[in-house]
Design a protein around this ligand. Structure first.
Ligand SMILES: Nc1ncnc2c1ncn2[C@@H]1O[C@H](COP(=O)(O)OP(=O)(O)O)[C@@H](O)[C@H]1O
Ligand SMILES: [Mg+2]
Length: 301
């Protein structure tokens, strides 16, 4: 019997601009340098991964280095995922209530409803992690906040439909669908449940923050949200920490301000593994600079 290797999916969560993509890039680079086949993937609508890795190719996934592949998924791919996985059945449930064309429906579902694309994404990454193409999957965009609530949509719908099963069971569904509405919703619910379970059991969450009031506050709400769903964070990365002050009164003042937030973070999150990344005097672009971050995230023993 072949042994099933545990899959490693790492997801980065945190407020916008704190350095999630940078940390995700450096983490993926780390695994690739260790000789492990790694995919870095994002569904960020304004993607920056290919910018950081200085990639021009539109190929998905594109090879960045030995062992390192990159994929930025846009709305088109998300729609294809919808077609493949969720198919027409859910559409037929909806179109029995409102008259809408399938293409419009998919547009609506994947763009208007916030977070649905995240559900597809969770599902997509779950499938990838079950396959054998990659030893590590590093996931840049985090579907946290209210968006995770969308995994509860089918449950919610089913709850609402419960009181009148006879009416709904008589809805005329398309020729392709023989299953009753509630069974379809139940199927969708099951899928969402499995996606949740995958996030809970198979994904390593890394939180990223900076030592500033707003980021520290938002970290708290992200953790509350994660707890609500039973997701456990292991690591907290504090980015942009000022390490060298020299004679600069400007940097001294910035560092003093950071100090109080650092103390707060270390006090409050002592159960997490905390890693600091210094503020570099330049942006992090290109593999060489990502390596600077990589050595901070994974210090050599
Ligand atoms: N430690 C750092 N030192 C200097 N610049 C950084 C550092 N970390 C991130 N940056 C820069 O900050 C910007 C935002 O980082 P990014 O990783 O895109 O944040 P996020 O993905 O959380 O929105 C980028 O231009 C990046 O190069
Ligand atoms: Mg980003």
């Amino acid at each position: 019997m072949t042994e099933i290797k545990p899959k490693h999916v790492t997801m980065f969560a945190g407020k916008g601009g704190v350095g999630k993509t940078t940390c995700a890039g450096a983490t993926a680079l780390h695994y690739a340098l260790m000789g492990e086949t790694t995919l870095i993937i994002s569904t960020d609508p304004t993607p920056s991964l290919s910018h950081i890795f200085e990639i021009k190719s539109k190929q998905k996934p594109v090879k960045v280095l030995d062992n390192l592949f990159l994929a930025e998924l846009g709305l088109t791919e998300v729609k294809q995922m919808w077609d493949r996985k969720f198919g027409r059945e859910v559409y037929e449930v909806f179109s029995s209530f409102v008259s809408v064309k399938y293409a419009e429906f998919v547009d609506f579902m994947s763009s208007i409803l916030p977070g649905l694309s995240d559900e597809f994404m969770v599902d997509y990454i779950k499938e990838l992690s079950l396959g054998s193409d990659y030893e590590h999957i590093v996931w840049d965009t985090a579907p946290l906040g209210q968006t995770l609530g969308l995994l509860e949509t089918p449950t919610m719908l089913r709850e609402h439909l419960k009181p009148a099963p006879r009416i709904y069971s008589r809805l005329k569904l398309g020729a392709e669908t023989r299953r009753p509405v509630l069974a379809i919703l139940k199927g969708w619910e099951k899928l969402s449940g499995q996606d949740m379970e995958f996030l809970r059991d198979d994904v390593r969450f890394v939180l990223v923050t900076i030592a500033e009031a707003l980021a520290v506050e938002q970290l708290d709400s992200i953790l509350t949200e994660m707890n609500r769903y039973g997701f456990k964070a292991e690591q907290l990365t504090i980015n942009n920490v000022i390490k060298e002050i020299g004679n600069s009164t400007f940097l001294k003042s910035k560092a003093d301000q950071q100090k109080q937030y650092l103390e707060l973070l270390y006090g409050k999150y002592s159960h997490l593994q905390i890693v600091e990344i210094p503020l570099f005097p330049h942006e992090i672009k290109g593999v060489d600079r990502l390596r600077l971050v990589e050595t901070q995230l994974f210090p050599r023993k």
